[in-house]
Design a protein around this ligand. Structure first.
Ligand code: BEZ
Length: 219
């Protein structure tokens, strides 16, 4: 069968879905996802393979900026289709060579169970390695944002942190984030839904307005 004919054969999780539960072995011991990081956000991310160059830069990026995730009440959870032995050897090797320590759990998904459950195995890209996925999962274990990158392009850590912060500030303030929003920028207030609300919006001089449906405020 040509690669292009391979059917995924299972559903992909979507934004708004409850994060599928699973049990897995990790570099920090066994976990049951439903009990993992109670009351916290989780950034669940996959990489194609241990001991590969792009993955090493990405995992190091997560490790170096772990404190910023902690400050956002967020636990990191990595994954690849590799054994625990491989993970441990890689973590140790990177620490020896660069001083960077991957101090967060990495799932050893050797049977591909979690990869398949989360649509991380995309067979037309690779039949044996997970793509570079990032799932942003809120404290109620709901999937709120998904990124998928191919094998040959590393992710952007600033964008991962920006997305996480945008989700949290949006939730806390009932607002939406415009193009290229970053912390400190004005945010979008929800558009009016009735004529009365529209008229109130038109009369509100506290907002930066293009028109009633596009208005921003500082928070
Ligand atoms: C890498 O991380 O460098 C990589 C892994 C799998 C395929 C291609 C590149």
């Amino acid at each position: 069968m040509e690669n292009s004919e391979i059917n995924v054969g299972h559903s992909m999780p979507r934004i708004g879905d409850n994060a599928p539960n699973f049990k897995a072995k990790t570099t920090k011991g066994a976990i049951q996802f439903s009990d993992f990081a109670p009351d916290k956000w989780v950034v669940l991310f996959s990489h194609p393979a241990d001991f590969t160059p792009v993955c090493t830069t990405e995992m190091s990026g997560f490790a170096i900026r772990k404190d910023e995730f902690t400050a956002l009440n967020t636990e990191l959870l990595g994954l690849s289709i590799d054994s625990i032995h491989s993970h441990l050897a890689w973590v140790n090797n990177v620490r020896e060579k660069t001083g960077v320590y991957f101090d967060f759990p990495i799932i050893a998904d050797i049977d591909m169970k979690v990869s398949k459950l989360y649509g991380m195995l995309q067979p037309n890209e690779s039949e044996t390695a997970a793509v570079r996925a990032v799932f942003f999962i809120d404290p109620k274990k709901k999937i709120r944002l998904i990124m998928y990158y191919p094998l040959n392009v590393g992710r952007n850590m600033d964008e991962i942190l920006r997305s996480l912060e945008a989700l949290q500030i949006s939730d806390e303030n009932g607002v939406a984030m415009p193009l290229d929003w970053k912390k400190g920028d004005k945010v979008i207030v929800p558009p009016p839904k009735t004529l009365d609300e529209m008229n109130d919006r038109m009369a509100d001089n506290s907002l930066e307005k293009v028109d009633f449906y596009l208005a921003k405020k500082s928070i």
